[in-house]
Design a protein around this ligand. Structure first.
Ligand SMILES: C[S@@+](CC[C@H](N)C(=O)[O-])C[C@H]1O[C@@H](n2cnc3c(N)ncnc32)[C@H](O)[C@@H]1O
Length: 427
């Protein structure tokens, strides 16, 4: 069977789908894919997405009347996901529209003043001085009207529109896996910027009017740790974790994060990337050089893959070997701790991609399958979802499993009179 690139199984499919299209993040996965995974899930299910990103799983669940908890470590994405999964009343949206009229009037006055600009490295590569001064004035005017975006309320919609605006007026090009730059920056006049902002905001508020019948909440949680939110046990895990391909979410998100003050310095960016599974930017790279596992037992197949990368004796072979080792170490830790928050019979679906280092294949699907089996999950397997690019060997997979707690009888001499007939759970 021929396996295609299937753009309908990528973020491209989401662009015109209401809330899903509010802000682009390349590694977001497709709404269609999530809908296919969850279409037969009963209404009383509880879904977990331990790697929420832009909140696709939570939002699809809420749109389909289901309940979900979504987790992430990136404060900007938690804020964005929260804004996307909220219901907005007609009164709130009206207040926002009135507030925006004031913002636009004040922006013209502020345009002649010196306003705060983010500390983005080489900022004039993104925007020319003139466009920057208008964006800074609009930003200041939004702050005066609504305060900084840290809290979630209806004004988050204006901040999301501002994020779209900064990217649409920048020289950033998205025609690669990650962000790159056009050769030239375009100059935008204040009238152009204001009307583009209003156009974006109208599209966002129109889709925000559509109520969500289900419920999705986003939490700041490191998914390598045990998850415990109101004692909930999840019946389904539907997610797309980072891939071992050295893409940094912080790097991709930096223009948004700096302009919204979720990030202030390059050092902070590196620290945040170090916490992310597969993080590899700034300080994260230097820490990887000397990273050592804490002795967690991992599948033998991983050791073989890491040895093959080391044997290439390439200049950065040790760094790449450590990168791959730490990625699967962190995913193993996640899958291990996840067990404590799963219902018996819980179904797991992980969308992941494979990669290759110095020509050595890293079969993410098989390595995660080995972790799942080693950790006692059942019905472990995977299927190919799509081809990732023209390079033959890069694919996206859905790795699946179920969680059926193993039970053993406690030998008679270990039983007390209370648990005489009771089985002990092996966790
Ligand atoms: C591939 S993206 C998820 C994309 C998402 N499915 C979407 O549609 O937007 C992976 C996400 O995992 C998050 N992440 C990485 N390490 C994490 C950790 N230790 N705990 C929680 N989230 C983490 C990243 O911040 C990123 O948002």
């Amino acid at each position: 069977m021929k396996i295609g690139q299937r753009s309908d199984y990528t973020f491209k499919y989401n662009k015109k789908l209401g809330r899903h299209g509010w802000l682009r993040l390349t590694p977001a996965y497709s709404v269609k894919l999530v809908e296919e995974v969850i279409h037969s899930i009963p209404q009383n299910s509880f879904i977990l997405d331990p790697f929420s990103g832009t909140g696709t799983t939570g939002l699809v669940a809420a749109e389909n009347g289901l309940t979900a908890h979504s987790l992430d470590i990136n404060p900007f994405l938690i804020w964005l996901g929260d804004a996307k999964c909220r219901n907005y009343s007609a009164r709130e949206l009206k207040e926002l529209r009135v507030g925006i009229d004031t913002v636009l009037a004040e922006c013209k006055e502020l345009a002649n003043e010196e306003n705060w600009l983010p500390d983005i490295h080489n900022i004039t590569r993104w925007w020319c001085e003139h466009t920057l001064s208008v964006l800074a004035a609009l930003r200041q005017s939004l702050v005066n009207q609504f305060e900084e975006p840290a809290n979630n309320n209806v004004s988050s919609l204006a901040w999301i529109a501002f994020c779209r605006l900064i990217i649409e007026t920048s020289s950033a090009a998205f025609n690669h896996v990650s962000m790159s730059f056009h050769d030239e920056v375009t100059t935008f006049e204040i009238e152009q910027i204001e009307s583009l902002f209003v156009e974006i905001l109208e599209a966002i508020t129109d889709s925000a009017e559509q109520p969500l019948s289900g419920e999705a909440s986003i939490y700041s949680v490191d998914s390598r740790e045990k998850v415990s939110i109101d004692g909930v046990k999840y019946s389904h895990v539907v997610t797309s974790p980072p891939y071992p391909n050295r893409i940094s979410y912080i790097r991709e998100l930096r223009p948004y994060m700096y302009w919204t003050k979720f990030l202030d310095t390059a050092r902070e960016a590196g620290e945040l990337d170090w916490k992310a599974i597969g993080g590899t930017w700034g300080v994260a790279t230097s820490r990887l050089q000397s990273w050592e596992s804490n002795g967690t037992q991992l599948p033998e197949s991983l050791k073989r893959v890491v040895s093959r990368i080391l044997e290439t004796e390439e200049k950065n072979a040790l760094l790449m070997a450590n990168y791959v080792w730490k990625y699967f170490h962190d995913m193993h830790l996640h899958l291990q701790n996840l067990k404590t928050s799963l219902k018996k019979g819980a179904e797991l679906s992980y969308i992941v991609g494979n990669s290759s280092f110095y020509g050595k294949q890293v079969h993410t699907d098989k390595l995660l399958e080995d972790s799942l089996k080693m950790l006692g999950y059942n019905n472990v397997g995977s299927r190919i979802v799509r081809k990732r690019n023209c390079k033959k060997e890069l694919f996206e997979y859905c790795v699946y499993a179920t969680w059926q707690e193993s039970r053993v009888f406690v030998p008679k001499y270990f039983r007390t009179h209370q648990d005489n007939a009771v089985q002990l759970e092996l966790l």
